[in-house]
Design a protein around this ligand. Structure first.
Ligand code: NDP
Length: 309
């Protein structure tokens, strides 16, 4: 068997289009433009690239983008004051503080200071709690995007066995909650799990969010399973030339694609969904804050756009 590849890039572009359409609708009917504020402290090169592309995509979707670039020596108090200002700013619907923060700043304190209703990264404990108790919440972007890919691939997931490898607040835990809300039978595996291979082999839906290149082998995958590889790992690629690297997932793709029914590649799978999901979260935050109806069902809107080509 050769798995069908889940094209996250095409899906993410459909999601961006669906968000842009909804933004145009809220502008026309309610006369406001949703806005996303992104805060970057320091000069981490990877973070600079992420922040620049978040800004570009936000504007491309028809929303306002507010970038706040602060020097690495910014104090925690200064950052908290900026966050307080953004919480109170009517033009700002979503606030994202790019992680990691410099070591002298307490990340949890900063995340806790963001208004939960503007917390488009979904990392505030209030949003984690809302998600865990089945209430409308803002969900971290990568798990939310992964769920859209799963819905588009599988439709209803009722009763399926889902195994999530990884239990971080950013990916594993929220994704497990989303799968539970979709009526899957969910197992969360982690570094202390015994006989991980046989736990994985139970999964109709296998999610890898570990950060270890190629850890999940083909023989760990149940034939026909849907495999979502969240991992992004940079490994040496001497075949591309001296000092070159390439990105790989947590799943051994070459092996797993011969066993799985559907699989996300790395790159081009879950990765592109993250920014697209951030845009969707910003629009959702903007409408909820104003007591307007929820924006469109994005899973459905994307599926339609994909069908239309
Ligand atoms: P964390 O390091 O926060 O969490 C990793 C998890 O994997 C932990 O729960 C850890 O278990 C578990 N783990 C580590 N080693 C093993 C092992 N040998 N067997 C089983 N479980 C193990 O990572 P994140 O959740 O933040 O990210 C996971 C991956 O996803 C990374 O590659 C990251 O780059 C990628 N990522 C991709 C994004 C995207 O946009 N596509 C966005 C965010 C992350 P324990 O809790 O016991 O330590």
């Amino acid at each position: 068997m050769t798995a069908t590849i889940i094209d996250g890039k095409a899906f993410a572009s459909a999601l961006c289009k669906a968000v842009a359409q909804s933004v145009a609708e809220v502008k026309a009917s309610h006369g406001f433009t949703p806005g996303l504020a992104v805060v970057l402290v320091g000069e981490d090169p990877a973070s600079q690239v992420y922040v620049a592309s978040k800004g570009r995509e936000t504007i491309a979707a028809g929303m306002n983008s507010f970038e706040h670039k602060l020097p690495a020596e910014t104090s925690e108090a200064e950052l908290l004051a900026l966050v307080a200002g953004l919480n109170a700013d009517e033009a700002v619907d979503g606030i994202l503080v790019q992680l990691p923060l410099p070591k002298h700043i307490d990340t949890n304190r900063v995340l806790a200071a963001i208004s939960p209703d503007k917390d488009v990264d979904g990392l505030h404990v209030v949003n984690a709690g809302r998600l865990a108790t089945g209430q409308p919440s803002l969900v971290p972007c990568t798990p939310w995007g992964s769920m859209l890919l799963l819905k588009a691939t599988l439709g209803k997931m009722t009763g399926l066995e889902a195994v999530v490898v990884g239990r971080s607040n950013l990916v594993g835990r929220p994704l497990a909650q989303l799968l539970l809300a979709a009526d899957c039978t969910v197992t969360i595996a982690h570094s202390r799990t015994r006989d991980l291979a046989s736990v994985c082999r139970r999964a109709d839906i296998l999610v890898a969010a570990v950060g270890r290149p190629h850890m999940i082998r083909g023989e760990w995958v149940k034939p026909g399973a849907t495999v979502i590889d969240v991992g992004i790992n940079r490994i040496p690629a001497p075949e591309r030339g001296e000092g070159k690297t390439r990105l790989v997932g947590d799943v051994d793709f070459a092996e797993a694609k011969d066993v799985a029914g559907h699989i996300t590649p790395v790159p081009g799978g879950v990765g592109p969904m993250t920014i697209a999901s951030l845009l969707a979260n910003t629009l959702t935050a903007a409408t909820r804050r104003r007591g307007l109806p929820e924006p469109t069902d994005f899973a459905e809107a994307c599926a339609e756009l994909m069908r239309a080509g």
